[in-house]
Ligand binder design. Sequence first.
Ligand code: NDP
Length: 284
Amino acid sequence: MTDLFDFNPPPPLYAVMGNPVDHSLSPRIHTMFAQQFGIQLDYRRIHVDAGGFGQAVDGFRATGGQGLNVTVPFKIEAWDLADERTDRSRLAGAANTLSFKNGIIRADNTDGVGMCRDVSRNVRFEVAGKDVLVIGAGGAVRGVLGPLLGKHPANTVIANRSVDKAESLAELFACRGSIKTDGFEQLVGYSFDLVINGTSASLQGELPPLPEGLFNAGALAYDMVYQREHTPFLRWAAEHGAAHLADGLGMLVEQAAESFYVWHGKHPDTGPVVDTFRRGRGES
Ligand code: NDP
């Protein structure tokens, strides 16, 4: 007979949903954070087919799920599904973090704060007063523009393959700071202190058609994509005058740390987690 006092409740359930999601480092990152505080949790990867996001979230909640990270391509659907939205997710119009409590779905977006913390704390680059180029106008850029403009760059330009999307974003964020928009060919003759690649081109092994002379002396090239090797954008930047290179690993860990704070009310130490992944791919 089972002794009632031997019963251990299962650890609280969290997950990342996306498509594709097999590559996601989020389960390992959240498990490492939880170990820092002696918190028990069960964090899973859930692959969701197109059109199945709402049903997948319902199923996850029914099995006791407490929090979800959401990745490509479901961040807007996640936002639509929510009963409550934080200001930063409202501004982004997309959610990468959902919390389930008392029957309520609360949407948040930690991508922007994650990138800004990585740039300032890990890369140690000061955005204030600098000329910044953001390449891309998808969900990730929409998430980072508010926090980025909050760092008071001198000038901000958004360049995107579909210029109309860049123009919509510039209009949306006009109240937060002045943004100029351009197609790639109009960038000729301009140079920047910080160039952020917020496109998914690196995932396809591609590079947006960027002109030469884009980097000022001491400039930082930042790719939101994280890969084992340098991305095509970072390789190109190194060959075309960028003084410093950073990939999306730091952003990934910092946005996860903010999600962890949303769910557990504790700020994990991100440095050791970034170091673990960098060592894992042979960086010192
Ligand atoms: P979206 O699909 O919403 O947007 C994709 C963007 O990339 C669009 O601006 C699109 O241009 C552009 N693009 C795609 N392919 C090309 C190409 N070959 N040449 C030029 N532009 C291209 O994706 P997200 O915004 O959600 O994500 C963008 C990237 O950021 C992803 O690779 C994702 O992995 C990464 N990311 C990283 C995070 C991290 O923590 N490190 C967090 C969030 C995202 P167009 O509008 O013309 O189609």
